[in-house]
Design a protein around this ligand. Structure first.
Ligand code: GCO
Ligand code: MN
Ligand code: MN
Length: 388
């Protein structure tokens, strides 16, 4: 039996803002003491994480003087050095400050758009200085409550222009950095532009440097939209665009819950882990969530350990699924192919099209074939419930 202990090769990461979340919400103030970035790294090291990610202002407060910045960065580098934690990803806070109340790159105010670029370039410098190779863009306030005041077409053009500018900035500075766009359907805006991973993938193809830009799908965000997260991740993978992933959990059709990975949608989490392990996704597994507001520091540690433990348990379950003869026999039956139409598969040719059009199908027989999905799903459930 595995011990489900996290190791560096699992590439488990957390943001400073996740385990550092003091538990405030729109209805109540913080309930936990704010931890310094150094304390957070120590906590992450204690629970066995591999890396730590941050928004510029999680590390360096927006009001900090250059001298304060230097001291904070020095202390942070020291604790990274002491603990061995790495910084695989960094990002910009373009949503907290009132300056961004109507968005950043898509704001109607050209000064805000310019400030967003200025802030992001500085944040990229900081991320690169600390070793980040992935740079996430989550457009938290890039959206509207009313479409009366903002033109959706202009917003898309502005977002594209900003990303093109920042790609050039990375190239100009020879930064070894890839961008990962994170979609979310709503919260904090009524509607956020490019609300799904699929929408982001379509948008990336319109950029000047699409090869530098991929996605950072988040489980809770696709669930908020009522979608199948694993399907979104599969599409991103197929496009060669799965540059990063935000793992957490969420009850469908609720507010943004940021629950511990696997705490709510265990079956969806299983198929996701199975997918990532089956295809050999080699990037970071980032847990973008936080502990329940009810909990104190012990709960924060339990939360972080729980995210990683559940991932590893599901990884083991995925291996069991693969090794289970009954499950595999059903899958073989489901995917059976007698080769009788092999001549029609693959690339188009005029001859192939002609003979396929002329081929006589037994349509009624096709409709009579049932699939043992009920049996297979129950075996999956038995496996997940630990009775198999
Ligand atoms: C959210 C988002 C954020 C982003 C983070 C990194 O719902 O608040 O998921 O946590 O992931 O800003 O870009
Ligand atoms: Mn989120
Ligand atoms: Mn996220």
């Amino acid at each position: 039996m595995a011990d489900y202990q996290p190791h560096p090769q699992h590439k488990f990461t957390f943001g400073l803002w996740t385990v550092g979340n003091p538990g405030g919400d729109p209805f109540g103030k913080a309930v936990r003491k704010a931890l310094s970035p150094v304390e957070i790294v120590q906590l992450l090291s204690e629970v066995g994480a591999w890396g730590v990610n941050f928004h510029d202002n999680d590390l360096v407060p927006i009001e900090a003087t250059p001298a304060e910045r230097d001291r904070i960065v020095k202390d942070f580098k020291q604790v990274l050095n002491d603990t061995g934690l790495v910084v695989p990803m960094a990002t910009t806070n373009l949503f907290y400050d009132p300056a961004f109340r109507d968005g950043a790159f898509t704001s109607n105010d050209p000064k805000v758009r310019a400030y967003a670029l200025h802030k992001t370039m500085r944040a990229m410098d900081l991320g690169v200085e600390l070793g980040a190779q992935t740079y996430v863009f989550w457009g938290g306030r890039e959206g509207t409550e009313s479409d009366a005041g903002k033109n959706a077409l202009d917003a898309g053009k502005r977002f594209r222009e900003a990303l093109n500018f920042l790609c050039e900035y990375a190239l100009d500075n020879q930064y070894d950095l890839k961008f990962a766009l994170e979609a979310k359907p709503n919260e904090p805006r009524g509607d956020i532009y490019l609300p799904t991973t699929g929408a982001m993938l379509g948008f990336i193809a319109t950029l000047d440097h699409p090869e530098m830009v991929g996605v950072n799908p988040e489980m809770a965000h696709e669930h908020m939209a009522g979608l199948n997260f694993m399907h979104a991740v599969a599409q991103a993978w197929d496009a060669g665009k799965l540059f990063h992933i935000d793992l957490n959990d969420q009850n469908y059709a609720r507010y943004d819950q940021d629950l511990r990975f696997g705490s709510q949608s265990i079956k969806q989490a299983f198929f996701l882990v199975k997918f990532l392990e089956d295809v050999g996704y080699a990037g970071a597994r980032h847990f973008d969530a936080h502990a329940y507001r009810t909990d104190n520091l012990d709960g924060v540690k339990a939360f972080a350990k729980g995210c990683m433990r559940t991932y590893l348990v599901l990884k083991e379950k995925a291996a069991q699924f693969k090794a289970d003869p009954e499950i595999q026999a059903l899958l073989a039956q489901i995917n059976a192919d007698d080769g009788s139409v092999a001549q029609f598969s693959g690339k188009y040719s005029a001859d192939k099209a002609k003979s396929l059009k002329a081929y006589e199908f037994d349509r009624v027989a096709l409709g009579q074939r049932g699939q043992p999905y009920e049996q297979l799903d129950q075996l999956t459930i038995d496996l997940l419930l630990g009775v198999r």
